[in-house]
Design a binder for this molecule. Sequence first.
Ligand SMILES: O=C(CO)[C@H](O)[C@H](O)COP(=O)(O)O
Length: 319
Amino acid sequence: MSSSLSAGAQSFVPPSQPTTSNNQLPTSVQLPKLEAVEGAKRLAAFAAVDKHVGLKDKIIGIGSGSTVPYVVDRIVAQGKEANKERIFLPTGFQSKELIIKAGLTLGDVDQFPQLDVTIDGADEVDNDLHAIKGGGACQLREKVLAEAATTWVIVADYRKNSKVLGTTWTQGIPIEVVPFAYATVLSSLARMGSLSKLPNGKPGLALRMGVKKAGPVVSDNGNFIIDAPFGEDWMRKPAELLKTIKLITGVVEVGLFCNMARAAFFGNEDGTVTVRNNDGSTESIESVPDVPDLSQPGPAKKAQLEQEMKVSGGELRDA
Ligand SMILES: O=C(CO)[C@H](O)[C@H](O)COP(=O)(O)O
């Protein structure tokens, strides 16, 4: 879920950043100016890597979304020596590309079922570090790599920092389902009380449809995605909601990540980072060191922006 970056396009000349043999940067390209929300994502990602990706961490999970390219950029900035013996596991097609283009070593969870740390984005995080994920339809692999990691860390911008889930992410809980069973799962979710209409009048419970593709979104695992909004009574007990949905036959995975995060890092508009830990403590990082000018995305983020612009013909997808 990236923010709209279509405004403020400017000529961008890459700084003297390291490139890899398979990530050649052109000398000058048109890229949009990074907005405040992008700056916040980057601060969260950088601070999380600084704190949770140490030299001893060798098997590292890379999540999905528009925040994780900044994670990859910060990891690459740790240097060739730090990354020499590391293996990086992706949560989907997008992060696989990120890893390869950054010149990092790609592995998969069947070879490395125990990870040291996984860093991933989120659509919303509540007071107890329960999260909604799956805005990019990657929640199955994301949960496997979260569960298999000694440490799972969330990186997000300030908009995702909520008291109760469903406050800002109103479109519903992303649920991956076997295609054959989508209609029966929809019926079961409706019986559970999933809202057919959102409070703002927009459609609620629905099969997620493709954009520039006729028919439903198909996940990296060949499954469909249902978005199921629930009222506050359910959203205040996400662990119970997760268990109840997971028991519906045909459901593969639910985009509710409960009691999994070690910490969540939220970048703020004022340049600080709020860290919420699973022991209930909160920290504020006033200034993240070595952050280049906002108009200078690192190689991984830049590659993703270029890819998105190519796909959308210049308009980046909205959050
Ligand atoms: O769960 C996800 C994809 O399935 C993403 O991590 C989530 O949508 C957050 O993405 P972004 O960093 O673009 O806001």
